[in-house]
Design a protein around this ligand. Structure first.
Ligand SMILES: [Zn+2]
Length: 63
């Protein structure tokens, strides 16, 4: 499993969105994903809504 991240739109740092999936599952998502959203961004403390295009994967334990 890989962890799903987006970039915080305020700080441009990666934020783990709380999902774990592989590329094929990410590809299978609806183009506009409205749920779940990030309620407390670890970088800026705000809430973020993300769309499929905002998401990318990072492998566990990767550097
Ligand atoms: Zn943020």
């Amino acid at each position: 499993m890989s962890q799903v991240f987006m970039d915080c739109p305020t700080t441009w740092k990666p934020v783990y969105v709380g999902l774990n999936m592989e590329w094929n599952q990410l590809e299978a998502l609806e183009p506009v994903a409205t749920d779940p959203n990030i309620s407390n961004c670890p970088h800026c403390g705000k809430s973020h809504r993300f769309e499929k295009r905002d998401l990318y994967l990072r492998a566990d334990g990767g550097g």
